[in-house]
Design a protein around this ligand. Sequence first.
Ligand code: SF4
Ligand code: SF4
Length: 211
Amino acid sequence: MKKNSIFKGLTEDEIAYYYTLLNEEITNFNCGTLCAPKNGGEPFCCKVENAVPFLYKEEFSYLKKQSDLWSVWEPKTKHEIKLKKNSETEDTIFCKCKGVSFCERDNRSISCRTFPLEPYIDKRDVFVGLVFMKEFTEGCPLTNRPKEIRQEFIDSHFIFWEKLILRKTDEFETYKKSSKSYRMSREKTGKKFVIFYPSHLKDKSYILKYV
Ligand code: SF4
Ligand code: SF4
């Protein structure tokens, strides 16, 4: 008999809870000072031309109740229309905020809070840490400064991702694929990538043979 998925969609309460796990600062300084000078004075990741925030639909409806910071992103170019068509899913939507000068810390999206890191799934299909998203190695200078990433940020974000990928198997599959592609590229080029482990896995050397 076919097993039905138990996933019923995220709820607004869950989103509010996730936000409490995603409050840590990524660095001990404002990392926007690294990229803003080359981006017309604004952080690279806050410009919709560089990274369109991807929100869960429940997240968008939750945020709309908190403020008027967010609206639906309207694609303009052919490339953007294709991006929207190919990327949005039943439960996600591209949005844009009103801009850096209107940013509200408490109403930043999950996309804003987690940038530029994503989950890394090892060869056993176990979630073991976070890695820089390869799409942003050019634009985000933090990707060249891994030592600046705070351990407190890694630890709380790990908890968030662990909860999320347990809830959403499609996301787990997405990160399984991206992690595999990072390994393949490492094999091909010999170029290693940094994995940020949460504190409780940092001294577990047995993991190394699986990453
Ligand atoms: S995360 Fe990267 S792109 Fe965003 S503000 Fe910090 S350095 Fe700039
Ligand atoms: S909400 Fe704030 S952090 Fe997020 S993209 Fe807008 S300006 Fe940047």
